[in-house]
Ligand binder design. Structure first.
Ligand code: PMP
Length: 420
């Protein structure tokens, strides 16, 4: 398909700083795993709004619920007031996610974006513990507002703030020194050593699979050691499940495989299921120390997002096979990626990930960029991540049909062969 929208794109690019540079067409509509541009060209979407669209674009069930709600004059902006949409979301979350897992958390809606949830978590952890510093990890990504940026393990992003972002201590993430060295032992030693200069922090914030940092999965053992360290030192454990949560790695919460019990859990991206912005902080009840009004924001909990989120939760709940399907599809995808890596042994490709959150590390240089570019020419949307943008990440909708998945992987393979 050849697109005529390039000239329009050039205007867009000069005026708007955006993804249009990576995907130089003007998109018009979408369904499932397919994006269509204004010339009718179709693209398979393995980016899914950067992990936002676990159920694909315009899922009919979610869409239908939203339309019905709008037609019934449902409230859209209710500040933080009680509404039926909010109540149904909370009840559904308790019924479908918390109760079956024996979990008890309180809900704090934090504003539209993931970074809002991160900010709230950092504030809360400091308020609860009376400590200041936060430990985060190399290559972690938590957002671009000042607090979230301060715990983001990427100097490139932090430099964008134009001033040093304080309050965070970066420790080596799992695998930093290779698979055979356990970095949690280093962390333990540094915290116990009065000469290290690292004060006991309020919290440790981590992703169980670092997403924008390069698709780096932490092992069960490492995660458990970090949790143990938290328990032994009165440190709160914050799991940022904004990208890896909501079923992306198989289980609803990405940390379930490691049996963690975080003090604070952050969700956003795929929580609404529809692409409508919603972010949520789940806190253990004993951490509920904020007085009324101490943490607020105008757009805390968009009611239309609650409506689609409730439908998404019901979908996840009623579709018992979904979690197993994610694991199986992820296995098929990573097997295919390994084959692609094997066929191109001149390059040091490596495959990483968990569930349907996968990455092909292309090593130094501009190979990842070439692959993404070629894939897009051939009708596949993929994006790069990692400290040097060296990893191509693959995040198709969890509900992608088999045929579209295979077509996408075929295009990906051709792009790697053509670029390597
Ligand atoms: N945490 C993680 C793990 C993320 O992947 C992101 C976004 N990529 C954020 C936080 C920030 O979310 P947002 O861009 O919605 O502010």
């Amino acid at each position: 398909c050849s697109s005529n929208s390039l000239s329009v794109f050039e205007n867009l690019e000069s005026n708007v700083r955006s993804y249009s540079r990576s995907f130089p067409v003007v998109f018009r509509k979408s369904a499932g795993a397919i994006l269509e541009d204004e010339d009718g060209c179709e693209f398979i979407d393995f980016l899914a709004g950067a992990g936002v669209l676990n159920y694909g674009h315009n899922d009919p069930c979610l869409l239908n619920n939203a339309v019905q709600y709008l037609k019934a004059n449902g409230i859209i902006q209710g500040l933080d007031m009680a509404t039926t949409a909010k109540r149904e979301f909370i009840e559904s979350f308790e019924e479908t996610i918390l109760c079956p897992r024996g979990l008890t958390y309180k809900f704090q809606f934090t504003g539209p974006t993931g970074a809002n949830a991160v900010e709230a978590a950092l504030k809360l952890a400091r308020k609860v513990t009376g400590r200041h510093s936060i430990i985060s990890f190399t290559n972690g990504y938590h957002g671009v507002s000042l607090g979230a940026l301060a715990v983001t393990g990427n100097r490139y992003f932090r430099d964008a703030a134009g001033l040093p972002s304080g309050g965070a201590v970066f420790m080596p993430y799992d695998g930093y020194w290779g698979a055979d060295k356990d970095t949690s032992e280093y962390l333990e030693k540094v915290l116990a050593d009065a000469s290290s200069g690292v004060d006991l922090p309020a919290a440790i914030i981590l992703e169980t699979v670092q997403a924008d940092g390069g698709i780096n999965p932490a092992s069960k053992g490492w995660l458990q050691s970090v949790e143990r360290l938290c328990r032994n030192n009165g440190i709160l454990l914050i799991v940022d499940d904004i990208q890896a949560g909501c079923g992306r790695t198989g289980n609803f919460f990405s940390f379930e495989f490691a049996d963690l019990s975080p003090d604070i859990i952050l969700l956003s991206k795929s929580l609404s299921g529809s692409g409508l912005p919603l972010s949520l902080l789940l806190l253990k009840p004993e951490l509920d120390v904020w007085r009324p009004g101490e943490h607020s924001a105008t757009f805390r909990g968009n009611n239309l997002a609650f409506v689609t989120a409730t439908a998404a939760l019901r979908k996840y709940w009623t579709n018992e096979e979904l979690s197993g399907r994610v694991t199986e599809t992820g296995r098929v995808m990573s097997e295919r990626l390994r084959q692609i890596a094997q066929k191109n042994q001149d390059h040091c490709f490596s495959v990483r990930g968990r569930g349907m959150m996968l990455g092909l590390d292309c090593g130094k240089g501009d190979l990842a960029h070439k692959i993404v570019h070629k894939a897009f020419e051939d009708g596949l949307v993929v994006e790069r991540c990692g400290a040097e943008d060296q990893v191509v990440k693959l995040l198709p909708p969890l509900t992608i049909d088999w045929e579209t998945l295979q077509r996408g992987l075929d295009i990906f393979e051709t792009s790697v062969h053509a670029s390597a």
